[in-house]
Design a protein around this ligand. Structure first.
Ligand SMILES: [Fe+2]
Ligand SMILES: [Fe+2]
Length: 168
């Protein structure tokens, strides 16, 4: 998968940006995470006796998915429709809640990386274990880009619009 966001994304109108975020990142995470949970359960089960077994990783990923799912639903059902209607002022509250939750996603990714030994594989790792850590690396990059686009582009545009309206 190409993990690079096209550079012209910064100049996109809110509608195109939201479409891109939902179709690329929300849909992508919803496809990636259940597969990572499945791989993690398998590795934890098969290699339970291995000294480097990422014990507890699947449960942490499950909790992460639940937290992320409720966050993405709030964006899709509440915040993004407000931004599409140009309700930038009233969106300020929901935006600060979403930015706080983004910090929680990063905290949860730190716990995930800790459980997964910073994605360093043991020499005798099987293909499932390799696929799991590779997938976790890809997922972490996708999540970081997703949050960057929201915090620094979409939400930044909305707060610029509020400032512009105040000075008009
Ligand atoms: Fe999002
Ligand atoms: Fe978000």
């Amino acid at each position: 998968m190409n993990a690079q966001v096209p550079i012209e994304v910064g100049g996109m109108a809110a509608e195109a940006l939201i479409d891109f975020i939902v179709s690329r990142f929300h849909a992508g995470h919803r496809a990636q995470l259940p597969e990572l949970i499945r791989l993690s359960r398998r590795v934890e089960h098969v290699h339970a006796a291995h000294a480097r077994c990422p014990e507890g990783l699947a449960d942490e990923l499950e909790a992460h998915l639940q937290e992320l799912e409720s966050h993405m639903l709030k964006e899709e059902q509440v915040l993004f429709p407000m931004l599409l209607r140009g309700m930038h002022g009233p969106a300020r509250g929901p935006i600060s809640v979403m930015m706080f939750e983004h910090e929680q996603h990063f905290d949860s990714m730190e716990r995930i990386h800790l459980l997964a030994n910073d994605l360093v594989l043991p020499e005798d790792a099987c293909n499932t274990w390799r696929g799991l850590y590779e997938g976790l690396g890809i997922y972490a990059r996708e999540l970081t880009q997703h949050i960057h686009l929201e915090n620094d582009v979409l939400f930044a545009q909305a707060s610029q619009a509020v400032k512009g309206a105040q000075h008009a």
